[in-house]
Design a protein around this ligand. Structure first.
Ligand SMILES: [Zn+2]
Ligand SMILES: [Zn+2]
Length: 247
């Protein structure tokens, strides 16, 4: 959807279902995504993170299958509540809020102008049935709109799995992620294109690595990975069982 049409829709929707902060449920003006109080609590840490791996302590860059990653928030407190609302409640406002902030950073870093297509980490069919929408697609779709780039969520598919990913250890996770995705049959040609892939939370990077490997095998020239939140590396060991790249 183009930005003017989206704004018009949001304005009209507010008459019927007043706009609310997805985190604290307070009424907010039609053109806002979160309330002033939650906005103050959501501290963007992108500039404090490595511009390549988007972590506080660098991961081995040689292991990364993406050209660079960008993330907004430390995955805790209000940011965690926002992502929870996006996943389990009608928290699309939080996805759009994150997308708007990500778009500004991508422009500032000169990444936005390189992007040809925006896509998202796909969700398994089982999970999609339960949750009715892919929360990563909410962020990705809004990001494509703010950047005025095409959005294509039919590049990758998630192979359904009964394994609950966030209960796995890091090594098992990497292994599981590697077998979780495949090429979407009949996808558009992305040879020589620069792809931006979006997820809600970036933890070990196994999901991004797995998706980016496939996107490259499809001919993508460059791949950038963006997420609303990242887990800081000094906390990964203690928190990786709670956080998730995928769920
Ligand atoms: Zn609020
Ligand atoms: Zn780094």
């Amino acid at each position: 959807m183009k930005l003017p049409a989206y704004k018009m829709l949001k304005y009209i929707a507010d008459w019927f279902l007043p706009n609310r902060c997805p985190i604290c449920n307070k009424l907010i003006p039609w053109d806002k995504y979160v309330c002033r109080n939650c906005d103050k609590k959501l501290k963007v840490i992108s500039d404090e993170l490595c511009p390549v791996c988007a972590k506080d302590k660098c991961k081995n860059h040689a292991d990364l299958k993406f050209d660079a990653a960008v993330s907004l928030f430390d995955y805790k407190d209000t940011a965690k509540d926002g992502i929870y609302a996006l996943k389990y409640h009608d928290g699309t406002n939080f996805g759009e809020y994150a997308a708007k902030l990500l778009a500004a950073i991508l422009r500032k870093r000169g990444i936005a102008e390189q992007i040809d297509v925006v896509t998202c980490v796909p969700m398994s069919r089982d999970k999609l049935k339960k949750r009715h929408r892919n929360h990563s697609a909410v962020i990705a779709g809004a990001l494509a709109m703010f950047l005025n780039k095409p959005f294509d969520d039919k590049l990758l598919v998630h192979l359904s799995s009964d394994i609950v990913h966030h209960h796995l250890k890091a090594e098992q996770r990497a292994e599981n992620a590697a077998i979780s995705f495949e090429v979407f049959k009949g996808h558009k040609d992305i040879r020589s294109k620069t792809i931006l892939i979006c997820d809600d939370v970036y933890t070990t990077g196994s999901t991004f690595n797995s998706c980016c490997t496939i996107l490259r095998s499809m001919g993508a020239n460059k791949v950038f990975a963006v997420s609303a939140a990242t887990t800081l590396l000094d906390k990964v060991n203690e928190e990786h069982c709670n956080g998730s790249d995928e769920s």
